[in-house]
Design a protein around this ligand. Sequence first.
Ligand code: FE2
Length: 203
Amino acid sequence: MNSDSMFLHRSEFGDPQCAGNVLSLVEAKVLLDDWVKNERLKVHMKQVAHLMKSYAGIKGYSEDIQHQWYLAGLLHDADWDQWPEQHCRKIIGELEDRKIDPQIIRAIASHGPRYFGVEPISEMDKMLYAFDELSGFVHAYSLMRPEGYAGMEIKGVKKRLKDKTFAAQVSREDIADASEKAGISVEELIQFVISNQANADLN
Ligand SMILES: [Fe+2]
């Protein structure tokens, strides 16, 4: 992927007057099913959505805010399957057209700062960035373990992170950078993913 070509060259997303506007769960899943045919990618987005919602839940945020976090996770890669050359731009445009809360759109816009040139600022931005690569990595690890997620330990995940040939497409650099930006250690993030990801609703 040529990162420069994906830069969004924007810093404002959505309309502040649309604060609080969301897609319902059904609307979001219709969009997902419509745009994403790749089942693995759908699983990834549902897992990230689940992590986002779980994290907002343990932070004590309201159900409405948890749903916003969920939507950011669920839709962050929605355009990747059919429009990789418009990745991020297309889903941002769609959510702006549908007058969705600017914070959700901004979180999606900043989920890959190296690619899209948008810094994660809010807690939701930072956690989406932090969970994105790690979620996929831990899932890849679970698929090679006969026990799946059961009994998975932080040290096992860390060992695989050091092995550059394992899930080689996952950027270790982004995982470290996201952890630093979120102010949460990689170990803590790994533990959160291990503890929560297996329960994600993949329907
Ligand atoms: Fe992703």
